[in-house]
Ligand binder design. Sequence first.
Ligand SMILES: O=P(O)(O)OC[C@H]1O[C@](O)(COP(=O)(O)O)[C@@H](O)[C@@H]1O
Length: 418
Amino acid sequence: MATAVTAAAACAQQVQRTVSSKASNSLLAPVARPVAAFRPAAAIAARRAVTLVAQAAAAPVAAPASADASKKSQYALQTLTTWLLDLEREGTIDNELATVISSIATACKQIGSLVNRAGISNLTGLAGETNVQGEDQKKLDVISNEVFSNCLRQCGRTGIIASEEEDQPVAVEETFSGEYVVVFDPLDGSSNIDAGISVGSIFGVYEPSPECRIEDMDDPEAMMQKCVLNVCQAGNELLCAGYTLYSSSTILVLTVGKGVYGFTLDPLIGEFVLSHPDIKIPEKGKIYSFNEGNYNSWTKEQQAYIDSLKDESKWNGKPYSARYIGSLVGDFHRTLLYGGIYGYPGDAKNPNGKLRLLYECAPMSMICEQAGGAGSTGFQRVLDIVPTKVHERQPLFVGSKWEVEYLESVLQNKPAPQ
Ligand SMILES: O=P(O)(O)OC[C@H]1O[C@](O)(COP(=O)(O)O)[C@@H](O)[C@@H]1O
């Protein structure tokens, strides 16, 4: 914050200097130049801008009740670090989990800066490799995966890490304590990278399952079995879930099971600062986000659902609006803040849809439920599904509670929710 204010002040002085020099040069200099020569409007606007920046910079963001009440300084900041400390103090999380989350935040800062500079550092385009799903990997898919894995290993608090970009989960030799299981999609929506459209990272943290501790590293086969078993946990076992959006801002949104909090990266101080405390998704919303290009391969119930959203006679003459970036994190973040529904149904080609249960569906469903929304396959609560394999796919419908229930009612031919 200090730097933001000094920056604002410096900018103010800069503008002032410009204004005053111009003024001294023109307005105030005795009758030298006609008034028209100098554009007062710009000066007023500049002064207004400076005031707004100073006011914005000075206004502290509300911190959760647990925040240290003694922090009276107007420069007190609730950062991700201090927020995690508050949660540790109140016993909601332990230090190991706080360390894992901090290491994920570090990875996201690194990935954010790489994404921002992709076009000028030859990081766009394909890596020339394919991942376990047979998809051509982008250079930044591979690099983001490496960055995420490094940070999770180096924090010493993870036991197993499983990436959407890797065939198998990996047991972490560097583990020191905690042994948390972390699943992640290092760069979601990467098909948008080269066009500079928003992308994101998604993650989930599980407790290591007690009956399969990874003691004997000597028997790789047995160890791998235990790794997979540890990772294939239902979403309702998640301790923490989150995503980072790399867009006009870099925003980290997460839950540890006590509401959803959003932190915006302040590039001036390199800290995630609390910007969205206790996010609540609207009960209803008028935006739907589906790739309608797949319409013809959808079930007739799925088609009927989308057709109904466009039928204004059902919605007091105002049909739903369609928004689709083609980047789950971007589409989900908008849905979380504005309400509505994001969906990736199964279809004739991919009966289970495209999205991965562990890395995408479960974490987003936990965040949505924690914000008062819902996450469904259309027939089942996503968080109740126990994965049978690490790269399992599931249809996903996530968003405002009423919207998801309405979708389920159409797909299951049930009466619409009240
Ligand atoms: O192009 P489609 O078929 O609409 O798929 C877009 C969806 O696939 C994703 O890109 C997921 O795939 P990746 O994790 O491989 O990027 C989502 O972000 C997005 O919502």
